[in-house]
Design a protein around this ligand. Structure first.
Ligand code: NDP
Ligand code: GDR
Length: 356
């Protein structure tokens, strides 16, 4: 595509995921034609974008189109890129669960590491490397065993999981293709971001789902792993805007996106219980720790060693000064409001469908 192309055509890998769904909404709102790559699955995997697909403005007028493909299949990536001729590509597809990456380490590397270079090479095969703008979903997990708090773009990496090792490769291949082929390619080093659309087995969503169920007498106890891990949790809606902003800058670069606040898993649990009017009293230590209702003594939280990771990331706290100074990005949703948004959504979900 010639430079000076005025079309606004985005291709999103991972469009069915938490971030992909918010990003698709955001780009459609901005007037983009949005294309997404979806995987074949034995049951529907488009729940998060169903509302967009059903919207006549998006689907029937051709503003949003889905294409089958897979990050492990170069030919599908080439076919989609060649037919869509995107002006921006957002690479969000990944096996994104850190704990699961210890179980399926080779597959995680295939998708999260080799998948990225497949996609970059597909862009080159289609002759779009001079025109397309490329965003890659990098991660605070790269900081792993913490050497510096807070973490910024200059903090050394020390990955602590097969997921983080795969994402480390992707980070550097994006930098390398930027330097080698002059591609407009950016890494967004995003710290944890959550929402009512967060996958059910990430800790925040697991907590809000379980507490909603406990509140409605649909579940007895919440079982968790390491309560002392600390994360810098923001809202996914804020973070997809940062992805887009990176691609609107005059030159490509890598940016940390974070709130600049950190909270432990324990803090999150306490805040979510507080939202439904309960205070937790903790007793015991390590795998023997429990959380009880401070008034009634009811057992509410148990630690289960099966949720502990072989190697843990203890504390993440991001410094997003560069993104703020370069393009004015800052988070709009506080920790308490994030908890509220997720709790409200899960309470409503469980009231409507107790088996959810
Ligand atoms: P999700 O797990 O919600 O979504 C992942 C997406 O990738 C899904 O659409 C999934 O499809 C797709 N996918 C997985 N494997 C493949 C494959 N082999 N081929 C094609 N598509 C595939 O992740 P998030 O939305 O939370 O995160 C988006 C990206 O950002 C990921 O790369 C993640 O690693 C990264 N990231 C996330 C952070 C966060 O806090 N959320 C922080 C930093 C980085 P399906 O629906 O079919 O499973
Ligand atoms: P994380 O998110 O590993 O930071 O990766 P997750 O929510 O899975 O874990 C956060 C912390 O909570 C602790 N924890 C538990 N985690 C889960 N999933 N389930 C539990 O029962 C539990 N109990 C305690 C974990 O040990 C950990 O310390 C997320 C993903 O979105 C990645 O794709 C992304 O790159 C990073 O965030 C930034």
């Amino acid at each position: 595509m010639a430079s000076g192309d005025e079309r606004r055509v985005a291709l999103i890998t991972g469009i069915t995921g938490q971030d992909g769904s918010y990003l698709a909404e955001f780009l459609l709102e901005k007037g983009y034609d949005v294309h997404g790559i979806i995987r074949r699955a034995s049951s529907f995997n488009t729940a998060r974008i169903q509302h967009l697909y059903a919207d006549p403005k998006c689907h029937r007028q051709g503003k949003m189109k889905l294409h089958y493909g897979d990050m492990t299949d170069s030919s599908s990536l080439i076919k989609v890129i060649s037919s869509v001729q995107p002006t921006e590509i957002y690479n969000l597809a990944a096996q994104s669960h850190v704990m699961v990456s210890f179980e399926v380490s080779e597959y995680t590397a295939e998708v999260d590491a080799v998948g990225t270079v497949r996609l970059l090479d597909a862009i080159r095969t289609c002759g779009l490397e001079k025109s397309v703008k490329f965003y890659h979903a990098s991660t605070s997990e790269l900081y792993g065993r913490v050497t510096q708090v807070p973490q910024n773009e200059k903090t050394p990496f020390y990955p602590r999981s097969p997921y983080a090792c795969a994402k480390l490769y992707s980070f550097w291949i994006v930098v390398n293709y930027r330097e080698a082929y002059n591609m407009f390619a950016c890494n967004g080093i995003l710290f944890n971001h959550e929402s009512p659309r967060r996958g059910e087995n990430f800790v925040t969503r697991k907590v809000t789902r379980s507490i909603a169920k406990i509140h409605l007498d649909l579940q007895d106890v919440l079982e968790l792993g390491n309560l002392d891990a600390k994360r810098d949790w923001g809202h996914a809606k804020d973070y997809v805007e940062a992805m887009w902003l990176m691609l609107q800058q005059p030159t490509p670069d890598d940016y940390v996106i974070a709130t600049g606040e950190t909270h432990s898993v324990r803090d999150f649990v306490e805040a979510a219980f507080r939202y439904v009017g309960r205070t937790i009293k903790w007793t015991g230590e390590g795998v023997n720790e429990i959380g009880q209702d401070a008034e009634t003594g009811q057992l509410l939280v148990k630690v289960n060693s099966k949720y502990f990771r072989p190697t843990e990331v203890d504390v993440l706290l991001g410094d997003a000064t560069k993104a703020r100074e370069k393009f004015g990005w800052k988070p709009t949703v506080s920790f308490e409001d994030l908890v509220k948004d997720m709790m409200d959504s899960d309470l409503e979900l469980m009231r409507k469908n107790p088996n959810a």
